[in-house]
Design a protein around this ligand. Sequence first.
Ligand SMILES: [Zn+2]
Ligand SMILES: [Zn+2]
Length: 240
Amino acid sequence: MPHEREPQVRPVWLVALEHVSIAAAAVLLVLEAAAVARAVEPGDLGLLAAAFLAALLLADLVSGTVHWIGDTFFETTTPILGPAFVANFREHHRDPQAIVRHGFAERNGGNALAIVLPLLLARMATPPEAGHTALAAHAFLLFLTIGSCATNQIHMWAHTKRVPRFVRSLQRARLILSPEHHDGHHRGDFRRCYCVTTGWLNPALDAMAFWERSERWLRERWPKDGARLPAKEARRAQGG
Ligand SMILES: [Zn+2]
Ligand SMILES: [Zn+2]
C-alpha cells in the first residue's frame, strides 16, 4: 500500500513551528526542573515520588485518549483535523515503521508545542518554594510535561529494532512503553493497548472495556448524526 504522506512536501511554516516548539519546550523544561530542584529538601522525596507516579499515570492516560480519538473518530478528509491529526494515526496502522523514518522534529514537534503553554503558565504561578502544595504541583507538572513530550519518541522506540542501551533498560524496567507490550495494539484490530507512554494503564483499561464503552457512550450522545463522528467501517476498510 502506498505511504499516504511521504510524497508530500511538508509546509515550511509547519517545519519551523516544530523546531521553535521543541526549542521553547526544552528551555521551559530546564527552567521548571531547575525551579523544582532549588525548592526540594531531603524530606520531600516521598512527595516527589508520588508526583512522579501520578504524573506518569496521567501522561499515559492522555496518550491513550489522544491515540484512541485519532484511531476511532473522524477521517483523513475531515477539514484541518484530518491532515493535521488523523492522518498520522491511520498511517501508523498501515505502516508502523513510518514513525521511525520521520525526522525528530516531525515526530516530537506537536507534543512539544502542547506543553509550552502549561509550562509558561507555571512560570507565572506560585513558585515551588512557597510550600509543599506548590512544590507538589510544580513537580507533577514537570513530570507530566516530560512524559507527554516524550511520548512519540517512546512510541517510536517501541518500533525500533536497535535502540540505545539506556532505552532498552527503561523498556525492560517498564518505565516506558516496551515493544512487547505495544505489540498488543498492532496485533488484531487496533482496539486495545492505546496508551503509549508507559503502557501501565492498558491492562486495567482493556479489562474494563474502557475505550469501547467510551466510544458507545459518545456515539449515542453525538449531536445530529452519530455517523459524522466516527467511521468504524471506513477505518476497517483503510486497514486500521
Ligand atoms: Zn493505533
Ligand atoms: Zn505503534
